[in-house]
Design a protein around this ligand. Structure first.
Ligand code: NDP
Length: 237
C-alpha cells in the first residue's frame, strides 16, 4: 500500500511544471488523481497518458467554471491549488487588465476553490495552495502585484485552517523559491540575480516541491495546518 491509496485528489493547474510533478507523484503514491489545465492540451493529454490521471480543461480565472468543475468531482480527499501566473514589470507601465487577471487566477480562484472543495470534502481532508517565497520577500522591483497575490495565500490558509479544523481538514501553503519550470527557467535571464539571494544557489526541481506537497497531504501530516512551508534554498533566510 502506498501513502495515498484510496485517496481522491484534484490538482488545479496540473499540465506543466510544479503541478505536473505533483500529479505524477500523487498517481505514483496510489491516489485517484485528476487535474485541470487551461490551454496546454497537448501537455495535459501526454501527462494523463503516462500517469493514469484524468485531465479536465477548466480555466481557474472563470469562477463559475471552476466551482462547477470542483463540484462535479464529488467528495475529494485532497485539493491542491497550483494554477498560477506571473506578471512582472514596471507597475506604471503594466497592463492593469493583466494584473486583474493574475489576481483572479492567483487569489480569487484559490479562495473559491478551497471553499467549494470543502463543502463535500471527506473528514481528514487536505487542502494545499502553492504560494511563493515572494509572499515573504520581494527583493526586486517589478514584483509588487505578484507578491501581493502570494502574500494573500498566507492569510487564506491561516483563516481556513480555523474554519475546517473541526472536520480534521488541514489547510497549508507551500512557498517555493525559484523552481525550474516554463514560468522561471533555470537558465533564464534572472538566474544569477535570484541565485545571489540563495544559500543553495540553484533552482529547485519541480519534483522536490512535489515531495513536500506529498508529505502535507499524507497520513503523517494530520496535525500540520494553517502553516507556511517554504522550500527556497534559503532565498528568504
Ligand atoms: P508554469 O507556468 O510552468 O505552469 C503553470 C500551470 O498552471 C500550468 O499547468 C497551467 O496550465 C496552469 N494554469 C495557469 N493558468 C491557469 C488557469 N487560468 N486555469 C487552469 N490552469 C492554469 O508555472 P509553475 O509550475 O512554475 O508554477 C506553479 C505555481 O507555483 C504557480 O502558482 C506559481 O506562482 C508558483 N511558484 C512558482 C515558482 C517558480 O519559480 N517556478 C516559484 C514560486 C511559486 P495551462 O498551461 O494549461 O494553462
Amino acid at each position: 500500500m502506498t501513502s495515498l491509496s484510496n485517496k481522491k485528489a484534484l490538482v488545479l493547474g496540473g499540465s506543466r511544471g510544479i503541478g505536473a510533478a505533483i500529479v505524477e507523484r500523487f498517481a505514483r503514491e496510489g491516489a485517484e488523481t485528476r487535474f485541470t489545465y487551461a490551454g496546454s492540451t497537448e501537455a495535459a493529454t501526454a501527462l494523463a497518458g503516462k500517469s493514469g490521471a484524468k485531465a479536465i480543461q477548466s480555466d481557474s480565472g472563470d469562477r463559475q467554471a471552476l466551482t462547477k468543475t470542483i463540484a462535479d468531482q464529488g467528495p475529494l480527499d485532497i485539493l491542491v491549488v497550483n494554477a498560477g501566473v506571473l506578471v512582472m514589470g514596471d507597475p506604471l507601465e503594466t497592463d492593469p487588465d493583466a494584473v486583474d487577471r493574475m489576481i483572479d487566477i492567483n487569489v480569487r480562484s484559490p479562495y473559491h476553490a478551497a471553499i467549494e472543495a470543502a463543502r463535500k470534502m471527506n473528514e481528514d481532508g487536505r487542502i494545499v495552495v502553492i504560494g511563493s517565497v515572494n509572499g515573504d520577500r520581494m527583493p526586486f522591483p517589478g514584483g509588487a502585484a505578484y507578491a501581493l497575490t502570494k502574500s494573500a495565500m498566507q492569510g487564506l490558509v491561516r483563516g481556513l485552517a480555523r474554519d475546517f479544523g473541526s472536520r480534521g481538514i488541514t489547510v497549508n501553503a507551500v512557498q517555493p523559491g525559484p523552481v525550474d519550470t516554463d514560468m522561471n527557467p533555470a537558465d533564464g535571464p534572472m538566474k544569477d540575480a535570484m541565485h545571489s539571494f540563495m544559500a543553495i544557489k540553484r533552482h529547485a526541481a519541480p519534483a522536490e516541491v512535489a515531495g513536500m506537497v506529498t508529505y502535507l497531504v499524507g497520513p503523517e501530516a494530520g496535525i500540520v495546518t494553517g502553516a507556511l512551508h517554504t522550500i527556497d534554498g534559503g532565498f528568504g533566510a
